[in-house]
Design a protein around this ligand. Structure first.
Ligand SMILES: [Zn+2]
Length: 186
C-alpha cells in the first residue's frame, strides 16, 4: 500500500467503527501466519487512555498496526526509539499521532504546578502546545499537541527525519472524538 492507500484504509476502518460495523476478527490461522514476522502498514502514536484503542478505532486486526501508547501521545526518547524500529526495520510509511478529546495528560499540563518527577517529564513534552493552540481549551491544546509531537518525531530522530526528507514517510497528526468515535486528520 502507498501512503494514500494507507490513509484510505484507516479512514474506511474508522467509518466502520463509527457505524458499529467492524469486521475485526483474529483467529488461530492468522496468529500462526504472523509467527513468521510482522508487516504492519501504519504506526500509531496514541495516548494510553483506555477509551482510545487504535486497533478498534481503525478496525484493524493483529499485525496491522504498530501502536505506541503513552499518556499524552508524546514523542520522548522511548516512544521515538520504538517508532524508529518500525520505520527502519519494518518499513512503515505512515505515522498517525493520535490525540483525543478530554485528554487527562493535556488537562494536567494546562493546570500546571509540580506533579512530581515523572509526570513533570511527561508534561514537559505537552506544555509548548499551550502557546501553540488557538486557545487554552483542553481540546484545542490536544490538537496543537498532536501537531507539536509530530514535529518532535522529526526534530529528535535522525532516522525518522531521514525517511521523511526522502519522501518515504509521512507523519499525520489526528484528533479522536470520544463520543462519536470519529478520527479527524489535522
Ligand atoms: Zn489522553
Amino acid at each position: 500500500m502507498n501512503k494514500g492507500q494507507i490513509e484510505s484504509r484507516l479512514i474506511e476502518g474508522n467509518n466502520r467503527y463509527i457505524k458499529d460495523e467492524e469486521d475485526l476478527k483474529s483467529d488461530v490461522l492468522l496468529r500462526q501466519k504472523l509467527t513468521d514476522g510482522q508487516h504492519p502498514f501504519a504506526i500509531v502514536l496514541s495516548c494510553a487512555d483506555s477509551r482510545v484503542v487504535p486497533e478498534m478505532i481503525f478496525d484493524c486486526n493483529i499485525g496491522e498496526l504498530f501502536v505506541v501508547r503513552v499518556a499524552g501521545n508524546i514523542a520522548n526518547s522511548s516512544s521515538i526509539a520504538s517508532i524508529e524500529y518500525a520505520v527502519a526495520n519494518i518499513g512503515c510509511e505512515l505515522i498517525v499521532v493520535l490525540g483525543h478529546e478530554s485528554c487527562g495528560a493535556v488537562t494536567a499540563t494546562i493546570k500546571g504546578g509540580d506533579n512530581g518527577k515523572n509526570l513533570n517529564h511527561l508534561c514537559s513534552y505537552i506544555s509548548p502546545s499551550i502557546e501553540l493552540a488557538d486557545d487554552v481549551q483542553v481540546n484545542s491544546v490536544v490538537k496543537a499537541n498532536a501537531k507539536y509531537n509530530a514535529e518532535l518525531l522529526v526534530k529528535n530522530s535522525e532516522i525518522i527525519s531521514g525517511f521523511v526528507n526522502s519522501g518515504k514517510l509521512k507523519i499525520q497528526p489526528a484528533y479522536y472524538s470520544l463520543a462519536n468515535g470519529k478520527v479527524d486528520f489535522l
